[in-house]
Structure formats: C-alpha cells, structure tokens
Design a protein around this ligand. Structure first.
Ligand code: NAI
Length: 482
C-alpha cells in the first residue's frame, strides 16, 4: 500500500527532451525533493553532466546549473535511483514501430515495457509509477500487468498517467506556465492517494485549478486527442494555402481573418511546410481506431496526416518545377534542418523529406542549421528508411558553419526552419555569390519577400503567389517601348 508520507525522492527513466526539462523544473520548484534522471545511454548522461547539454532549449542551461548537484542528479545508476525513489516517471521514447504488426503506424512500446520490467526487477518497496511518455490508450494496463507479474513479494504499485504537453523550443516556459497538468489514475482510494501525491508536486508552482484529474484512460486519450486537434488545425490551414496559391488569396490574410473569430482563435494557424512530432501520435491514434474497429474514425484522422505529407511534397515539387523541371547537377542550399526553431531536434523534420527528394532528383545540397549537429544531419539522410545508397548521399551533401558559406555558388536557397537569424541575413551579399537566376523558396513564410524580389531573387513561398515586377523581364508588351 502506498503510504501517506509526501514524495521525497523522484526517479525519472529517460533523460530526453521530456525527462530532462520536466525533472529540471521539478527540482527547481521543489528544492526539498531529490530528483534523479537516469538513462541507459552513457553519452546522454555525460552530456547532462557537462557544460553542453544534449538538447538545446532556451532557458534550460540556467535551471540545470542552479539545481545540478544539489537536488538534481543525472546518472546511469538506474538501480540506485529506482531503489530509493517514492515516485518513478517513465519518460522513455515511444517511436513509431518499424517492424511487425502495425509497422509504420503503431507506437513501439518496447522501451516502456523495458522500463516497467526494470522497475519490477529492482524495486523492493511500494512505488508510484507515472507514465509520462505518450502512449496508446490502455498502455497503463500493460505496465500494470508487467509490474504485477514480476513484482517482489509485498511490493505494490500505483500507476498514473501524466502526459506531457510541453513543446520543444518553449519547454521551460511551457513547464513553468502550463495551461494545465493532467493526471489520470485508478478510482480506488489507493489510486486517489497516488494522484494527490503527484498533485502536491505540481502544486509547488501550478495553481490547483489548472491540475485536472481524470481516470487513467481519459488522461491517456486526452494527450493523443490534443495533438490530433492541433495537427488538424495545421493541416486545415495548409490545405487552404494550396487554394491561396491557385487563386491569388494570401494565406496569412486568411489565417488572420479566420483567427479573429473568437470561436476559432489565432493560434496554430500558420501555414508552412509542415512536419512535427505530432505525426507519430496521430499515426498511433489512427492505428488504435483501426484496432477498435472504427474505420471511419481512422480514415478521418488519416487525412490529417496525408495533408501534412501533401504539403511537403507540394513544396518540393514547386522547387523542382521552378528550377526548369530539373535539379540534377544543381547546388541547392538548405537553411535550417531542425523541425522548428529553438530546438536541435530533427525527428520528423520536413527538411529531411525535402532534402531526400532533392537528392533523389540528383541535386547537391549545402546545409546549414545553427543547432543541429553535423553527424545528426548525415545520420538522418543516410537512415535506411530514407536512402539506399549512403555513400552517394555523403558525396552530394556538405554541411556548413554559417548561412553565407552554405549559400555560396548555389542555384537556390530553400528555407526549411524558421530560425530568427535567417530573417536578418544580408541577402544582398548572398545574392551576389549565388548562381543566376537566383531562387529563394521560403517554406516558413518568415522573409521579407518584396525586398528579396527587389534584390533580384525569384521568390516562392507557401500560400501566396509572388510576382516579379514587369521591369525585371527582358521583353515588353508595351508597343510604345518597342
Ligand atoms: P527521447 O528520445 O529524447 O528520450 C528518451 C530517452 O529514454 C532516451 O535517452 C533513451 O535512451 C531513454 N531510455 C529508453 N529506455 C530506457 C530505460 N529502460 N531506462 C532509462 N532510459 C531509457 O524522447 P522524448 O522526446 O523525451 O520523448 C519521451 C516521450 O515523451 C515520448 O513518448 C514522446 O512521445 C513524449 N513527448 C515528447 C515531447 C517532445 O516534444 N519531445 C512532448 C510531449 C511528449
């Protein structure tokens, strides 16, 4: 039975984009609690203990510096951390399955299962186990079965669902000022006691009215539902961006007009080249619906994913078409490789899709991103799911330290990530050193298109047709000029 005393020690399994920032903020706000984040990866833990953290997240360095070694610890000693913890977060990765049943869609729960088995093998006393990873509905049932079947005599577990809603790039702020914290658990008195204990951690900085408690399955499904709804808004505005390009409407103006409606709201209405970590969660939702024999619901959400894919391929097709229908032998600069600004994460980044298509078409790529490691870019582009000839990729791709050297000598510049520094580049200087005609494809709608056109660039973006002025043409239909 879980006792009545408060939580003194927390262990988090998984020192990734969620486990690291979440536990750093808990340590910051709960100085009386000892928080130990463990991982199987020695390299990742060494980075958390160094001056260069394994993930880039604005504001995180300061929090880690403040707490590390006091009440925040990063360690590979999984056993010690589990043994002493009152509460254990499971914050391991849940990627899309690449093999077997549900391949390409279902969430791969092997790491969650591995974490549950580790807890059962090690724990000597009662624990609250908190599922923080994004999982299919009823995953807590599987965790309970594993723990129940392997537990040491006399040890009992309470399993809670506490999905994480932070977004990369704004994780620290999202954690400090969460819209809500969601905790799901058993409706039994023991389950309610465990929920209260987790609530008391968050109550150190989150007002109680923003801490929602539900049953376990509602909590698990709410995470998938929230991501599905957010992804749906993006897919909706992206679908309209195609209509804008075909008609002369401007998607930014449409989004503004639509967003002013208080029933709709202005957030998440930015058209772009798509791509985010939503994809794996919506794929997972589609798979769950199919397994529940709800094919209509599955195909409804599948459309959200399909629209995201369409947006990426539509953009790449536009690049190839604009460059006289062939990029073979041409040099193209890719600005930005992360899936969005203020993170070094490239998982499901649209840049990968765009780079792959251009490489398949025979282009050479010069890539620059301010926060993505060079090795990461090569690994993404030579991944077996992306390419069959890694040697060819290495020959066709070079990675650069800054945007100017990446753009030099290229036929076109493709902006894939909305990093602020790309807005203020000296595009006159870039233009001078590019092949002519020089093209810019702004996949994030962040550049000043008119001034780029004035410099002499041919500019294409999402959701808006851009015309070069007549005077730039080498012919005129005006009879008085002939
Ligand atoms: P990640 O891949 O950055 O980190 C997961 C870590 O878990 C890895 O370092 C891995 O080595 C470690 N790990 C795997 N098995 C382990 C075990 N048995 N014991 C100890 N460590 C183990 O993943 P990330 O991005 O932190 O995601 C974690 C979960 O949170 C996923 O389910 C994800 O869907 C969800 N999530 C992610 C968000 C994001 O923005 N990245 C936002 C909200 C939820």
């Amino acid at each position: 039975m879980i006792n009545n005393k408060g939580i003194e020690k927390i262990c988090c399994l998984g020192a990734g984009y969620v486990g690291g920032p979440t536990c750093s903020i808990i340590a910051l706000k709960c100085p009386e609690i000892k928080v130990t984040v463990v991982d199987l990866s020695k390299e990742r833990i060494a980075q958390w203990n160094s001056n260069k953290l394994p993930i880039y997240e604005p504001g995180l360095d300061d929090v880690v510096k403040q707490c590390r070694g006091k009440n925040l610890f990063f360690s590979n000693d999984v056993e010690a951390a589990i043994l002493e913890a009152d509460l254990i977060f499971i914050s391991v990765n849940t990627p899309t399955k690449t093999l077997g049943n549900g391949k390409g869609r279902a969430a791969d729960l092997k790491y969650v299962e591995g974490a549950a088995r580790m807890i059962a093998d090690i724990a000597q006393n009662d624990k609250i186990v908190v599922e923080k990873s994004t999982v299919p509905v009823r995953a807590a049932e599987s965790i309970a079965k594993i723990l129940g079947a392997n537990r040491k005599p006399g040890v009992s577990y309470q399993i809670l669902s506490n999905p994480e809603f932070l977004a990369e790039g704004t994780a620290v702020n999202d954690l400090l000022n969460a819209d809500r914290v969601l905790i799901g658990g058993d409706e039994t008195p023991e389950g309610q006691l465990a929920i209260e204990k987790l609530c008391s951690i968050y109550e150190h900085w989150i007002p109680r009215k923003k801490i929602l408690t539900t049953n376990t399955w509602s909590s698990e499904l709410s995470k998938l539902a929230a991501n599905a709804m957010l992804a749906q808004r993006i897919s909706s505005i992206n679908s309209l961006s195609a209509v804008c390009e075909a008609t002369g409407a401007d998607v930014s103006e449409v989004a503004r007009a639509v967003g002013f409606d208080s029933r709709i709201g202005s957030k998440f209405l930015q058209a772009s080249i798509g791509g985010s970590c939503f994809q794996k969660d919506i794929l997972n939702l589609v798979y769950i619906c199919e397994c529940l024999n709800l094919p209509e619901v599955a195909s409804y959400w599948q459309q959200v994913i399909d629209m995201n894919e369409y947006q990426k391929s539509r953009f790449t097709a536009k690049i190839v078409q604009s460059l006289f229908n062939t990029v073979s032998g041409k040099r193209i600069c890719i600005l930005g490789f992360a899936f969005k600004k203020n993170t070094g994460d490239t998982r499901e980044s649209p840049a990968i899709h765009i780079a792959k298509t251009l490489l398949d078409e025979g282009a050479s790529l010069k890539i620059y991103d301010p926060k993505v490691d060079h090795d990461r870019i090569y690994e993404d582009l030579t991944h077996p799911m992306i390419c069959e000839e890694p040697e060819r990729v290495k020959k066709q791709v070079s990675i650069h330290q800054d945007a100017y050297s990446a753009a030099e000598g290229t036929h076109a510049l493709v902006l894939c990530t909305e990093w602020d520094e790309f807005i203020t580049l000296d595009y006159n200087k870039i233009y001078v050193n590019m092949m002519k005609p020089a093209y810019i494809f702004d996949g994030r709608k962040i550049l000043d298109h008119q001034s780029l056109i004035d410099i002499g660039f041919h500019v294409q973006t999402i959701g808006r047709k851009l015309q070069r002025p007549i005077s730039n043409r080498c012919w005129s239909s005006n009879p008085t000029m002939s």
